[in-house]
Ligand binder design. Structure first.
Ligand code: ADP
Ligand code: MG
Length: 397
C-alpha cells in the first residue's frame, strides 16, 4: 500500500476506532486542453483527467449517519441520511450532502458511512477539486450500499448535486471527466449527446503544465451568467435566418460569414468565439490523432486570443502568463483554461523542456506581476475507481 493510503488508514483508525475493512474511492481532478465556454452551448470540450485526486477511505457504519473527516480542512462533520442537512460551519459538507440527496431522490437507498477525505487537487484553482470530491464520495456511497450506477448517469447526478445543493451553475465536463478519464488519453466530449471519444495522448513526450495566476475576480460569476445570456440572445437572433438551430453548436463558420453582419457587435463577437472554438476543438483532435503538437498548439493560442478578444473573459494576468509561456523555448501552445477572470493557464511543452519551462514561467510571471504563481505538471490518469483496502491502484495513490 502506498504511503498516502497508509496515512488515510491511520487517520481513519484514529477517528473511527479501527481501519479494519476500509476501502478507498479515488476520483481525479481535470484540466481542459481546449474548448472553453462551449459546454453550455452544447459544443465540444477536450479535457484530461489528471494525476491529482481525492481519495476517500470509507466503511459502512451500520447506521443512517454519514461521518466525515476532511484532512485538508482538519474538520469533522456529520449528517443523517434520513434528513441530510448542511452545516454553515462546514461549507464543504454541501458536496457530500448534495450527492446523498440526489442519489436518494433517484430512488437509491444509501447506507451510513464513516469516511476520511484526502485530496491532492488544489482547492479553487480550476483543476476541479469539487468534482473529485463529488465523484469520490458518490462512488463511496454506491459501493457501501451495493448500488451500481452507470457512469454517465452518475456524472449527471453529481452535476445536479453541485447545481442544486452547492449552488454552482456548472456544466457536466468536470464530473464526466472524473468518471471517464483514462490514462494516456484525452476525453473528446460532445456536450449535447454527452458521449465521448478517447483520443490517445501520452504525457511522456509532451507535458501539460498548469499555471495558476493566483488571481480570482469577484465579477466572474456575474460575467459568466451574462455570457450565457448573450449566447441565448445570439441563438434567438440567428433563428430568424436559421430556424432549425437549437444552440450555437448548430451554427457553422459558413453561417457566420453570411450572417455575422446581422448581429449587434457584442453578440457577434461572443457567437464568433463559440463557433470558432468548436471548430478549433475538432481541429485539435485531428492534430492530436496525427501527433501534431505544433498544430495543436496553434489552436490553443488561437483559442486564447478568441477568449481574450471576442469573448472577453481573460484578464491582464492570464494574458501575461500566456505571453510568457509562448515566448519560452519549445512551447507548443498556451491558453487560459476554465471560466476565466483569473484562474489558470494550460500549456503544452516538450518533455525535455518542462523543468526549465516551469522555472522560467514562474520567475518571469513574478517579475512582471509581483505575484507568486503555482505551477503544476499534470499527467493523464484513469477515472474514478474503488480500491480494496490492500489492493493495487493507480501508481501513487
Ligand atoms: P475547484 O473545483 O476549481 O477546485 P470549487 O470552488 O468548484 O473549486 O470547489 C472547491 C470547494 O470544494 C472547496 O471550497 C471545498 O468546499 C470543496 N473541496 C474541494 N476539495 C476538498 C477537500 N480536500 N476537502 C474538503 N472539501 C473540499
Ligand atoms: Mg469546481
Amino acid at each position: 500500500m502506498t504511503e498516502r493510503r497508509s496515512n488515510i488508514r491511520k487517520t481513519f483508525a484514529e477517528r473511527f476506532g479501527s481501519a479494519e475493512g476500509i476501502k478507498f474511492s479515488r476520483a481525479p481532478g481535470r484540466v481542459n486542453l481546449i474548448g472553453e465556454h462551449t459546454d453550455y452551448n452544447e459544443g465540444f470540450v477536450l479535457p484530461i483527467a489528471i494525476d491529482r485526486d481525492m481519495i476517500a477511505g470509507f466503511r459502512p457504519n451500520g447506521s443512517k449517519m454519514v461521518n466525515l473527516y476532511a484532512m485538508e480542512m482538519n474538520e469533522a462533520a456529520s449528517f443523517s441520511l434520513s434528513d441530510p442537512k448542511t452545516d454553515p460551519a462546514h461549507p464543504w459538507m454541501s458536496y457530500a450532502v448534495g450527492v446523498a440527496r440526489v442519489l436518494t431522490e433517484y430512488g437509491h437507498e444509501l447506507k451510513g458511512i464513516d469516511a476520511v477525505l484526502q485530496s491532492t487537487v488544489p482547492v479553487g484553482s480550476g483543476l476541479s477539486s469539487s468534482a473529485a470530491f463529488l465523484v469520490s464520495i458518490a462512488k463511496a456511497y454506491c459501493d457501501a450500499a451495493g448500488i451500481d450506477i452507470e457512469r454517465k448517469a452518475l456524472a449527471r447526478m453529481c452535476q445536479e448535486a453541485e447545481i442544486r445543493y452547492v449552488g454552482a451553475n456548472v456544466g457536466i465536463m468536470d464530473q464526466y471527466t472524473a468518471l471517464h478519464g483514462e490514462r494516456d488519453a484525452c476525453i473528446f466530449l460532445d456536450c449535447r449527446s454527452i458521449e465521448h471519444e478517447t483520443v490517445p495522448f501520452t504525457t511522456d513526450v509532451v507535458k501539460v503544465v498548469v499555471a495558476d495566476t493566483t488571481i480570482r475576480h469577484e465579477i466572474a460569476a456575474g460575467e459568466y451568467n451574462k455570457r450565457r445570456a448573450t449566447c441565448e440572445k445570439g441563438v434567438e437572433l440567428l433563428k430568424q435566418h436559421l430556424p432549425e438551430i437549437k444552440s450555437l453548436r448548430d451554427v457553422t463558420p459558413e453561417d457566420m460569414t453570411d450572417l455575422a453582419g446581422s448581429l449587434p457587435e457584442v453578440v457577434r463577437r461572443r457567437v464568433r468565439h463559440v463557433v470558432t472554438e468548436n471548430m478549433r476543438v475538432k481541429l485539435a483532435v485531428e492534430a492530436l490523432r496525427h501527433h501534431n503538437f505544433i498544430h495543436f498548439g496553434i489552436y490553443m493560442e488561437a483559442s486564447h486570443e478568441s477568449l481574450s478578444k471576442d469573448y472577453e473573459v481573460s484578464c491582464k494576468e492570464l494574458d501575461v502568463m500566456v505571453e510568457i509561456a509562448l515566448g519560452l523555448k519549445g512551447t507548443y501552445g498556451s491558453r487560459m483554461t476554465g471560466g476565466g477572470f483569473g484562474g489558470c493557464t494550460v500549456s503544452l511543452v516538450p518533455a525535455e523542456n518542462a523543468d526549465e519551462f516551469c522555472k522560467q514561467l514562474a520567475a518571469q510571471y513574478e517579475e512582471r506581476t509581483s505575484l507568486k504563481p503555482n505551477v503544476y505538471v499534470c499527467a493523464t490518469a484513469p477515472g474514478a475507481e474503488i480500491i480494496p483496502d490492500r489492493g493495487a491502484a493507480f501508481p501513487g495513490c
